[in-house]
Design a protein. Sequence first.
Length: 50
Amino acid sequence: RPGDPDDLAKKIKQALNDPVLSERLSRQAVLDVEQYGWEKRAKKILEFIA
């Protein structure tokens, strides 16, 4: 839940203690970086304004 530090701590502990969850989160993070990285965003902006 946004703004709930106890919930954040719980989720972090859950990820640290669950290797399958950690792997899934890691893979998703890589995909997110590829999709929303600066180079890709800059290219989309240039395509939009061109």
